[in-house]
Ligand binder design. Structure first.
Ligand SMILES: Cc1ncc(COP(=O)(O)O)c(C=O)c1O
Length: 380
């Protein structure tokens, strides 16, 4: 139950990639037949990503994943003296480029979410100054699943004549993506979050967006991203995009909502639990649960020993355990953040998986509460 960390390759993705490792190994930049075969495969892959984004093929750049897409958007747009509006709940793939940009003379505003984990679009409007060049707000939060009001933010950006980037890494395959409806100029996705390969992704770039290339050294991807295209990975990403599109209309989302709700209801039956982000619209597969009085890291390890993989509300940075910056930004105190776990369901999750979690979690919580009672965390 850690699908927001990564997902396995779909069998169809493995099959689609297979020929491009060995028989059709050409470099898409070569002009001979082998190269042209590879080039055609990359062109077909671009069509799949264009269908995922609802855009033209020429607006898709293949990248080395979500982190590269986010870095490309921020570093490719921001110059000293510009103003960037982003949020305190972004993934580090956005936060760190923002910090680096700030060190190079960019002014950065970090908006805090409301207690339910959603950013207010009006707060975005209020933060715009004459120097604002880019707004970067994620589509769905990786820790809580909370969907951000990107369409409203897109309209606000358009009214103000400001460029808009959205990190849709946790949205792809979970919600319908339409770059015109969102009104974004840049949008990032990553293959491994929706049953595609790791280390490959795509960046949507609206025509006329003055994006400077982040990686230079060749004329690949219309000079926007130098480096020989990873053909098998791009073909796999495209197949994953095709499957993601299909999964949005075949009842997968409704099934996941039912499973997530069953999981949540079972967890909430345990005394002293609450859902972080409850009340906000969320992706179907994610729930972030606070187990008051429990050390989340210890619970995570106890569940791992039972074969249940989840993520904690704390992360290890340089050897020190830090509470989640997302939960802290939502107003939780350190203990409450550390007492939280993220459960994120794979597209293939079953009722049995959920029932197994409901079988092992209550016991583990009870045992830990008895063993080492810690100060009860509360919502600040
Ligand atoms: C919201 C978000 N953005 C960006 C990334 C980074 O993507 P990648 O692992 O492809 O570099 C992740 C991965 O966890 C993410 O959840």
């Amino acid at each position: 139950m850690d699908a927001n960390a990564t997902t396995p390759l779909a069998p169809e993705v493995v099959e689609a990639m297979r020929p491009y490792w060995i028989e059709q190994f050409g470099n898409p930049s070569s002009i001979h037949a082998q190269g042209q075969q590879a080039h055609a495969a990359v062109d077909r892959a671009r069509e799949s990503l264009a269908r995922l984004f609802h855009c033209n093929e020429a607006e898709v750049i293949f990248t080395g994943g979500g982190t590269e897409g986010d870095n490309s958007a921020i570093f490719g747009m921001m110059r000293p003296g510009d103003h960037l509006i982003t949020t305190s709940i972004e993934h580090r793939a956005v936060l760190q480029p923002a910090e680096y940009s700030a060190a190079r003379g960019v002014e950065v505003t970090y908006l805090c979410p409301q207690p339910n984990g959603a950013i207010s679009a009006e707060a975005v409007r209020a933060a715009i100054t004459p120097r604002t060049r880019l707004i970067s707000v994620m589509l769905a939060n990786n820790e809580t699943g909370v969907l951000q009001p990107v369409e409203e933010i897109g309209r606000i950006a358009a009214e103000a004549g400001v460029y808009f980037h959205t990190d849709a890494v946790q949205g792809a395959g979970k919600v319908h993506l339409d770059v015109d409806r969102i009104g974004c100029h840049l949008l990032t996705v990553s293959g491994h979050k929706f049953h595609g390969p790791k280390g490959v992704g795509a960046l949507y770039v609206r025509p006329g967006t003055p994006l400077e290339p982040f990686i230079v050294g060749g004329s690949h991807e219309r000079r926007m991203r130098a480096g020989t295209v990873n053909v098998p990975a791009v073909v796999g990403l495209a197949k994953a995009a095709d499957l993601a599109i299909a999964s949005l209309t075949d009842g997968t989302e409704a099934r996941l909502v039912r499973l997530r709700n069953r999981l949540e209801a079972g967890m909430l039956a345990i005394e002293g639990t609450a859902v972080n982000g409850a009340g906000a619209p969320r992706t179907a597969n994610t729930t972030n649960i606070r187990f008051e009085g429990v050390d989340g890291a210890a619970l995570m390890i106890a569940l791992d020993l039972k074969g249940l993989a989840v993520s904690g509300g704390s992360a290890c940075h340089s050897g020190a355990v830090e509470p989640s910056h997302v939960l802290i930004a939502m107003g939780l105190d350190k203990n409450a953040a550390n007492a939280s776990l993220r459960f994120s369901l794979l597209r293939t999750a079953t009722k049995e998986d959920v029932d197994y979690a409901l079988h092992v979690v209550p016991d583990a919580v009870e045992r830990l509460r008895k063993l080492s009672p810690i100060e009860t965390g509360t919502l600040a």
